[in-house]
Design a binder for this molecule. Structure first.
Ligand SMILES: [Zn+2]
Length: 243
């Protein structure tokens, strides 16, 4: 079997036995996979510092599809060194990685999500990222993975949303005052709906007003949790550390 070179972001690594390393990677060609780096804990020449989280690498793989791939070697394309120089940047980068891990199935390629992840890392390295940018990231991830929330009209009656609306997790959209029923509703003000709708059209603005920030924080992670049935641990860490 021929070895294949594939680009990937390292999501996490774990020890396997005395000498080997396991890695979870988000690859261009196959989506999220696990791979085994034989001798990875000892072979400094082949893997030294290359299999750390956030590194964008070109890996040389061998193995059967859908099984554990063998990672025979790796070259770094982008090291993203600055992501780990600052606590907030590191936690934000871990959050992006967690979103990829909970939102994308194994062996399901999503090249646009990988590009989004790389752009987000770039942005984190260059700029002053705030909580708002995490919400933008969540919104884009949801959209790329087919869960774009519908925020501009009532999803039940098609009516205008005067004075805000209620986001229904099960319907994936906002309902108006007349149509609101059920126990999975999250109240969103007119201002928040406007900001998030604009973002969905690619022209939203940050930073958010405090009210928008607070409502978006309650809404978007809850919507992700609804679809993935997974808790977002990094959010709790952020709350605890106040970043
Ligand atoms: Zn309605």
């Amino acid at each position: 079997m021929r070895a294949e070179g594939v680009e990937a972001v390292v999501l996490r690594k774990f020890e396997m036995g005395e000498a080997d390393l396991g890695v979870e990677l988000f690859t261009y060609r196959w989506g999220r996979i696990h791979a085994l780096a034989k001798g990875g804990r000892k072979s400094h020449r082949r893997f030294m510092n290359k299999l750390e989280p956030f590194k964008y690498i070109r890996g040389l793989f061998r193995g059967r599809r859908r099984g554990l791939m063998l990672l025979e070697g790796a070259d770094i394309i982008r090291p993203f060194l600055h992501l780990t120089e600052d606590l907030k940047k590191t936690i934000y980068a871990f959050y992006a990685v967690e979103l990829v891990r909970v939102m994308t199935p194994m062996w399901d390629p999503h090249p646009q999500v990988l590009e989004l992840l790389l752009r987000f890392f770039d942005f984190l390295e260059e700029g002053e990222a705030g909580e708002d940018h995490l919400r933008v990231l969540e919104l884009r991830m949801l959209t790329l993975l087919g869960y774009r929330p519908r925020l501009d009209k009532c999803v039940r009656c098609g009516g205008e949303l005067v004075g805000g609306g209620w986001f229904s997790l099960s319907l994936g959209g906002v309902v108006c005052k007349k149509c609101k029923e059920g126990d999975d509703l999250i109240m969103l003000s007119e201002e928040t709906l406007k900001v998030l709708s604009h973002l969905l059209k690619g022209k939203g603005r940050t930073p958010f007003l405090p009210k928008v920030k607070e409502e978006a924080r309650r809404f978007l992670p809850a919507f992700i949790r609804y679809h993935t049935d997974r808790d977002l641990h990094t959010l709790r860490v952020m709350d605890e550390l106040g970043v």
